[in-house]
Design a protein around this ligand. Structure first.
Ligand SMILES: Nc1nc2c(ncn2[C@@H]2O[C@H](COP(=O)(O)OP(=O)(O)OP(=O)(O)O)[C@@H](O)[C@H]2O)c(=O)[nH]1
Length: 328
């Protein structure tokens, strides 16, 4: 969510990768960011000028960001090609910074294109950055978890919850709430509002979501938790290979089968149409029996043309005879 520390965290990850001699590649997808604390390898701002987009299409700030991301997504295959380029040493991590407004990325065409293109080329995960001090309120915690859950179901990719800012508030309370329903309801006990009752019911629903969720506590400011986070990333990469790749293959096969069935249906329809109009004898037959401009008509036309030619020749002869008479 906005202000959870995504950009600062990417800066920290970048410096951690450099310090531990791992090769990383960073892509900035936020067209409205004014200052980037890290050097992005690919920056959306080099391709799309968000303020010009706002002016040109008469948009407000959110519409400007959304349209800029969509415009950039139309060229995202080139970004993937750049990421795939062989390097020495090879790339170990590709990190994508998303726009501040969560819904702009997750629920737009660009979000779907970018995640799908990455997921079909590399082991991919979604890191959901949580502002830990802010989710100490149980209801804010629930809103965050619902957002994360909706993104998980939308992308169907492995997800890692990164509890950021643990230098301010430790994230143990959140782990407790995720693993123990009673401790979450105890936190809500004093609150009898409708929202609190709803949060209590939702906590039950989210039980299976929590059960499969990986998480790590990190601090973008102090650098705490970086190695734990990378271990969880590796686990997510395994999950991608074990679950996402077979699903992707199945989806590709299903698509190919649907396409083949569609082609067969079209072919059957075409053959039925040809049979109905008496054109079923193949291409030569189709040409030979070509309806209104078929052989009968063609022969008539040829005969007419022959007659016309003969008439023209006769006229020519008459004119020549007249010329001879005049000369004499
Ligand atoms: N104490 C502390 N502050 C942090 C940490 N990470 C980020 N911040 C602060 O949180 C604020 C927001 O950080 P950003 O990195 O701009 O957050 P963001 O999610 O990229 O923000 P948007 O792109 O605008 O949504 C800044 O003031 C950071 O200094 C952290 O781990 N600890």
């Amino acid at each position: 969510m906005a202000g959870s520390g995504k950009t600062t965290l990417i800066q920290r990850i970048n410096s951690h990768l450099h310090a531990t001699h791992r090769n990383g590649y960073i892509i900035n997808m936020d067209p409205a960011v004014t200052h980037l604390p890290y050097g992005a390898n690919i920056d959306i701002r080099d391709t799309v000028k968000y303020k010009n987009v706002m002016k040109q299409y008469n948009l407000g700030p959110n519409g400007g960001i959304l349209t800029s991301c969509n415009l950039f997504a139309t060229r995202f295959d080139q970004v993937i090609q750049l990421c795939e380029k062989p390097r020495d040493p090879p790339l170990e991590y590709i990190i994508v910074d998303t726009p501040g407004q969560i819904e702009i990325f997750t629920w737009s065409a660009s979000g779907a294109i970018v995640t799908e293109l990455f997921a079909s080329s590399f082991p991919t995960l979604v890191a959901y950055v949580v502002d830990t001090p802010r989710v100490a309120n149980p209801q804010t915690f629930m809103s965050n978890m619902l957002q994360a859950c909706s993104i998980l179901y939308k992308t169907k990719l492995p997800m890692l919850l990164l509890f950021n800012k643990v230098d301010v508030v430790r994230h143990d309370f959140a782990l407790d709430w995720m693993s123990d329903f009673d401790s979450y309801t105890a936190a809500l006990e004093a609150d009898s509002s409708y929202a609190a009752t709803l949060s209590r019911s939702l906590a039950l629903v989210l039980d299976s979501f929590y059960a499969n969720m990986r998480s790590a506590g990190v601090s973008a400011v102090t650098g705490e938790g970086m190695e734990e986070m990378l271990q969880q990333v590796a686990e997510c990469a395994k999950e991608y290979q074990d679950f996402y790749v077979p699903e992707l293959d199945k989806a590709r096969k299903d698509k190919a089968a649907r396409e083949e069935a569609r082609q067969q249906r079209e072919m059957a329809k075409l053959q039925a149409d040809m049979a109905a109009t008496g054109l079923g004898g193949g291409a030569a037959g189709a040409g030979a029996g070509a309806g209104p401009s078929g052989p009968g008509k063609a022969a008539e036309k040829a005969a007419e043309e022959e007659e016309d030619d003969e008439e023209e020749e006769e006229e020519q002869e008459d004119m020549e005879e007249d010329d001879e008479d005049e000369d004499e």
